[in-house]
Design a binder for this molecule. Structure first.
Ligand SMILES: N[C@@H](CCC(=O)N[C@@H](CS)C(=O)NCC(=O)O)C(=O)O
Length: 405
């Protein structure tokens, strides 16, 4: 039987989420970088865009998107190993944490990668070059300029510069600019302090084993914030428990020794401890306004583009992931950031978990998230759902919008 193959890069944010799931669940797999000639030949044409990670299952099926990759394997997991807590408060919170980890830490991730060239670039440049070009010279990079891998280090440098320039340009569209940088840094240090305080009490976000929340958090906290040289120093200096959690999330054993004999179970009685409530309050301050602005912008866009019908590709092309720039107020700064309909999928996941909970868990979750300023996550909706089909995001059925006016 063939092993599953993960097309991924060490320096890629979302690759870490899928990789960590495979490692923690002890799923044997092969990892190939996108510089492998099979990626442009077999994967990109079927997926319809250059994007990582992509999982090729043992049966040869291709799955793009970290949520779908996790769902695919998790469907076969026994409840005591599943990344999804049973229906209830923890299941809702796990998805809130997954959304925030996957989408809400882009400002520090991009800032600490792209604004510290002296320390970062020698390392990040090698990472990009070696992920996008194989060392045996067999790669051709045709996403943008055609670059022939047989030129070795020169080809790697060329491909790395091309990819780095594209990514660096994104920092502005995620709200990192000279005016906001001090606040990006302050807010990230606050986040590290709160996450450290929580991890002082528990090896994983919801207890003795990882859940969707941990896999969401590892996305920005692996490649960008723990592995790139500059932020790596910050994390090691200021947030040892977070650094250790990153190691743990990449270890195939439960790796909780320093906590004593911790059972690999979630917190008892579907509870959420005070240190996690404090972290949720931070997420409310950091992310709630961004989600409100997103849903409002996307709903407005749908109202203005009423020729859109169910089944249309979001953005018109699979690789156009933003509908434009939405302006909103982040900690007192007016910033304009990419409006990404993909994020509605995360909201839908949270809302589905809420609907699956019983009335008492719903009441507890409403109080908990409402108190953290995150009540909107349970309700906000644009006038169409987003669905995924054939590894692309499509507009789904119409629904009654719920937006903040
Ligand atoms: N929602 C996707 C996001 C994947 C994604 O954005 N991947 C980045 C690398 S970390 C990428 O391939 N970017 C290529 C590009 O934007 O051109 C997932 O969860 O898998």
């Amino acid at each position: 039987m063939e092993l599953p193959v993960l097309y991924a890069m060490r320096s890629s944010l979302y690759s870490a989420k899928a990789r960590s799931y495979l490692i923690k669940q002890r799923i044997d797999y092969v990892e190939r970088p996108p510089g492998d000639p099979r990626f442009p030949a077999d994967v990109v044409p079927q997926i319809g865009r250059w994007i990582i990670p992509v999982l090729q299952t043992a049966d040869g099926e291709l799955i793009q998107d970290t949520c779908d990759i996790i769902d695919y394997f998790d469907a076969e997991m026994p409840p005591e190993r599943s990344a999804k807590p049973p229906a209830g408060v923890q299941n809702i919170v796990a998805r809130v944490l997954e959304m925030f980890g996957s989408e809400g830490l882009m400002r520090p991730a991009l800032h600490y990668r792209w604004n510290f060239d002296g320390l970062n670039m020698p390392f990040v440049g090698e990472d990009f070059g070696r992920g996008l070009m194989l060392q045996d010279g067999s790669s051709t990079f045709a996403f943008g300029p055609e670059i022939d891998g047989s030129k070795g280090a020169a080809a790697r440098a060329e491909v790395s510069t091309f990819a780095a320039d594209r990514m660096r340009a994104l920092t502005l569209d995620f709200g990192v600019n000279p005016e906001t940088i001090p606040e990006v840094e302050r807010s990230y240090l606050e986040f590290l302090a709160l996450l450290s305080a929580h991890l002082e009490t528990t090896p994983y976000l919801l207890g003795g084993r990882p859940t969707l929340g941990d896999f969401g958090f590892i996305a920005p906290l692996y490649a960008h914030l723990s592995r790139d040289p500059e932020p790596s120093l910050i994390m090691k200096r200021d947030a040892w428990p977070v650094w250790r959690w990153v190691e743990r999330m990449n270890s195939p054993i439960i790796d909780t020794g320093e906590y004593g004999d911790v059972p690999s179970e979630l917190f008892a009685n579907d509870s959420i401890p005070p240190t996690l409530v404090t972290l949720l309050e931070y997420i409310g301050r950091e992310f709630a306004a961004e989600v409100e602005a997103h849903v409002g912008f996307i709903d407005n866009w749908l109202a203005e583009n009423d020729e859109v019908t169910e089944g249309d590709v979001v953005g018109g092309r699979p690789y156009r992931r933003s509908l434009g720039l939405v302006t909103w107020n982040w900690h007192g700064y007016e910033i304009s950031t990419n409006a990404i309909p993909y994020r509605l999928l995360h909201l839908q996941r949270i809302q589905e978990a809420f609907e699956a909970a019983d009335a008492s868990a719903q009441a507890t979750a409403r109080e908990l998230l409402g108190g953290a300023g995150l009540g909107g996550l349970l309700e906000l909706k644009a006038r169409r759902r987003v669905v995924r089909s054939d590894n692309r995001e499509l507009w789904g059925a119409q629904q009654q919008p719920v937006v903040v006016s």
